[in-house]
Design a protein around this ligand. Structure first.
Ligand SMILES: Cc1cc2nc3c(=O)[nH]c(=O)nc-3n(C[C@H](O)[C@H](O)[C@H](O)COP(=O)(O)OP(=O)(O)OC[C@H]3O[C@@H](n4cnc5c(N)ncnc54)[C@H](O)[C@@H]3O)c2cc1C
Length: 492
């Protein structure tokens, strides 16, 4: 196994996109096989050497940033297998944890299959997307990563290599899991007793459900329970055709009505993605796309899978919905072919590009939320975000996954005073979200940035339950310590 400790060669492992700048490490391991990972973890448990797992560094919450820990870089485990058809409309593809999501999606598509999870950032490793239960625009139809994983191999902190096909290890009615492992021996632990929020997306803390599958404990655990080494991904047939559309609205009330009705899925309308841009987001985009109409208070991007047979009926259904909900039909942009759809994708991609360019000229970083609420509370949280920002005179944008009642608020401070004020107000956003039955994180996870807020969702006992599972599987506390679970809970 390669080991590097030349500061120039390992500098990139001290960063992700969280803007945390104080990471440091003695060195980086580059395992080339599952056995390499196993040996490293076994030795580290014996010596007490702490390790943090690194994907490709696109995470937003500091999860892979080491603070004195050694790093395990997953990039050499990048194998992408051939899709193997297992039913008329299903295939499975085995991939290494360090394979790039973009390459996996291209490979699946070239064989006529679709791997549905599509975080906006494609340059991430598949292992990280599983560890973070990542999701994206298509999650509206297909659900998060969790629903597309048939099997994983996990290397536990003891060095045990655990193969977990879905359906093999199910928690008993008493909530207990029992494992008999070659190195760790007989271990038992109980799933957390808390209830998950009633949101359609949630990615904060360990998963828990009556008679849950062990695979779901590792998915979304942010690397705190083991290193995901490889996985079998579930594929679905690549759709025959797609219609994409960007619809503008004069009034936000009309836009919200349009979304509500689109979610009702009647008369042929069945979106796979429903995404939102507020007027401030459109102002950022107008620098590159001056054709964005004036007097627009927001836009919705939607996408639907169609066939040649259904195309006309589906387009008519959407047109009718646009007409009845007051959309700016003449100014809207419909994309029916691959080139137009690529251009529309670029349009959406330009938002983070433009915002990041603006931020790079400022001295402060943004304050961003990743919260989701049950559908019935969406407009209440939206107006709370907006009114708070307007009252404080902040520059801000609101955009994202409106189909899942999950939009991101980015406050863009232009001074340190504004940054401090916005950071303090983040507490109010957390409180409001939890009051509405929502989740602190719908997709980006907790990492190192948001651990202090987790107890507000699950209470002290909920965090202690997670810490007990962690300490059973990682008794020497060597792996991704400082992520997800506040460290003081290991002492109680
Ligand atoms: C512009 C932009 C847009 C984004 N859009 C989305 C989005 O739409 N949806 C979304 O969900 N996320 C989004 N993200 C966040 C990010 O892309 C995802 O969280 C992604 O899963 C991180 O992958 P990575 O390989 O870069 O992981 P890293 O940042 O390197 O690591 C992330 C975490 O995963 C852990 N980890 C990595 N590999 C493993 C492994 N093999 N086993 C166990 N733990 C592991 C790390 O320790 C760390 O805690 C976005 C990020 C950016 C910058």
């Amino acid at each position: 196994m390669i080991y590097k400790n030349d500061p120039a060669l390992i500098q990139s492992f001290l960063e992700d996109t969280s803007n945390i700048k104080t990471g440091h490490t003695p060195g980086v391991y580059f395992p080339e096989s599952i056995e390499d990972i196993s040996a490293l973890l076994r030795e580290s448990s014996a010596s007490g050497k702490r390790l943090v797992i690194a994907g490709n560094g696109t995470g937003t919450t500091g999860g892979r940033i080491p603070f004195g820990d050694h790093v395990i870089a997953m990039e050499k485990l990048d194998r992408i297998g051939e899709p193997v058809q297992c039913a008329e409309t299903a295939a499975v593809m085995t991939v290494g944890a360090g394979a790039l999501l973009e390459d996996i999606q291209k490979k699946a598509e070239s064989c006529g299959w679709l791997y549905p999870p599509d975080p906006t950032e494609k340059l991430c490793f598949i292992g990280s997307t599983i560890a973070n239960n990542s999701s994206g625009a298509r999650t509206y139809k297909y659900g998060p990563t969790r629903e597309h994983i048939a099997r994983i191999t996990v290397v536990l902190p003891s060095g045990d290599i655990l193969d977990i096909p879905r359906g093999k290890h199910i928690a008993g009615d008493d909530g207990m899991f029992h494992l008999d492992l070659p190195l760790a021996g007989n271990i038992a632990f109980e799933r957390p007793g808390y209830k998950l929020p009633r949101t359609s997306k949630h990615n904060a803390g360990y998963f828990s459900k009556h008679n849950m599958d062990l695979i779901d404990l590792f998915i979304g655990a942010e690397g705190t329970l083991g290193v995901i080494a490889d996985a079998d991904l579930k594929l679905v047939p690549f759709p025959e055709k797609i219609v994409s559309c960007l619809v503008y609205f004069h009034a936000l009330e009309d836009l919200f009505l349009f979304v509500e009705q689109a979610k009702g899925r009647t008369g042929g309308v069945a979106p796979r993605a429903l995404e939102f841009f507020d007027s401030n987001s459109l102002d950022f985009l107008r620098k590159v796309y001056p054709e964005i109409p004036a007097g627009t208070s927001g836009a919705v991007f939607f996408e639907q899978e169609i066939s040649l047979e259904t195309e006309e009926m589906v387009l008519e259904a959407w047109l009718e919905l646009m007409e009845t909900s007051g959309a700016m039909i003449d100014e809207s942009w419909v994309a029916l072919d691959v080139n137009e759809q690529r251009a529309m994708k670029e349009f959406r991609h330009q938002l983070p590009v433009q915002v990041n360019e603006w931020l790079s000229k400022q001295s402060e970083s943004k304050i961003s939320t990743d919260m989701a609420v049950p559908d019935s509370s969406f407009t209440e949280l939206f107006h709370f975000y907006r009114n708070t920002c307007e009252k404080n005179g902040f520059r801000y944008i609101i955009f994202g996954h409106i189909g899942n009642s999950h939009v991101h608020l980015n406050i863009l401070p232009s001074s340190h005073e504004e940054f401090i004020k916005a950071k303090a107000l983040y507490q109010d956003f957390v409180a409001k979200t939890i009051e509405l039955g929502g989740t602190l994180s719908a997709e980006h996870g907790i990492g190192k940035l948001k651990t202090e807020y987790l107890a507000r969702m699950f209470g002290d006992e909920g965090i202690r339950e997670m810490a007990r599972i962690k300490k059973t599987l990682d008794p020497c506390l060597i792996l991704n310590v400082g992520n997800l679970i506040p460290e003081n809970y290991y002492r109680t």
